[in-house]
Design a binder for this molecule. Structure first.
Ligand SMILES: [Cu+2]
Length: 306
């Protein structure tokens, strides 16, 4: 658990994990593909349950809502306590009698579409910073905004785990699309199989050629395709100046949950200053800033989407 959240394996291990999950579900229904939750376009109201199209809606097409006040157990939707429970813990785990409910304690606001766009502007030569921002400021934070099962060692047992990791992987894929240098940027010294697998990280780097001859493509979401072409056309400084609300950052629970090292916490807090709206923080000093592409992103296939 700990090793797969370390930099060297995080992105590649989870990409492979999502692929294996999709392959398993395809045995049940061959049309199945993993969906993703773009939390960045609903940052100001991420946990809405009001509309049937909301992710957390209680109808059977939704994922159900928040946990209740007493036990944090989800009481609505197909994963409600009376209907569904987490897969049992493996043998040898501390005994927890009886079925375990899916827990959620919704809180806070995920990083917004501007923040994601800024992360995508990190230059190809700066893969280490890109990975850190994506893992700490986006991935870790959102796990613990859903909280409950998602902010525990059992998080992969939460159905929304795959929606979240689908989006994290899509952000990596979007960054990789920017150039061959972006696509192939990875930790050059990592040359061991990923924990618990027979697969090397470099075997999953190219989405067009995954293990088993699979090619993966992410479809742009309808909500994002309204916003992203506008953001992509802006310079980095214009992006920084868009008025917007602050979003939630890394907190103590997140730091503990992901065993973040003091050096990572320090870096994550510096990044957070860069990603938050200008009016809520002074900008970080130049020395701690990663290098960004200052110019607008070029046209790519997604911008031509209707
Ligand atoms: Cu995760």
């Amino acid at each position: 658990m700990k090793r797969i959240h370390e930099a060297t394996h995080f992105l590649s291990w989870h990409r492979y994990y999502v692929l294996l999950y999709e392959n398993l579900l395809r045995r049940v229904d061959c049309h199945f593909t993993v969906a993703y939750w773009d939390w960045s376009v609903v940052s100001s109201n991420p946990f809405s349950t009001a509309n049937p199209q909301d992710l957390w809606h209680s109808a059977n097409t939704g994922f159900g809502g928040n946990g209740n006040n007493l036990t944090d157990c989800v009481q609505t939707g197909p994963f409600r306590e009376s209907e569904w429970s987490l897969v049992p813990l493996p043998a040898g785990s501390p005994p927890e009698p009886g079925p375990r409910c899916l827990e959620r304690i919704f809180n806070g606001n995920p990083p917004d579409a501007v923040a994601v766009q800024e992360v995508l502007r990190i230059t190809a030569g700066n893969f280490t910073d890109f990975e850190l921002m994506l893992r700490l400021n986006l991935h870790d934070v959102v796990h613990c905004l859903i909280d409950g099962t998602m902010c525990s060692l059992d998080s992969a047992a939460a159905p929304e785990f795959f929606l979240h990791h689908g989006f994290i992987d899509k952000i990596w894929a979007d960054w990789q699309k920017k150039s061959d240098a972006h696509k192939n940027a990875f930790f050059p010294n990592v040359n061991v199989v990923m924990p618990g697998t027979q697969v090397y990280p470099r075997q999953v780097v190219d989405l067009a050629s995954q293990p088993g001859g699979v090619r993966v493509e992410y479809q742009p979401s309808r909500a994002a395709s309204n916003v992203l072409p506008l953001l992509r056309g802006l310079s980095l400084s214009a992006l920084h100046h868009i008025p917007r609300r602050p979003f939630s950052g890394i907190n103590e629970k997140t730091i503990k949950m992901f065993h973040l090292k003091p050096s990572e916490v320090k870096r994550a807090k510096e990044f957070e200053k860069l990603l938050q709206p200008l009016n809520s923080y002074a900008r970080g000093d130049e020395n701690s800033s990663p290098s960004f592409d200052e110019e607008p992103l070029g046209l790519n296939s997604e911008m031509n989407e209707k």
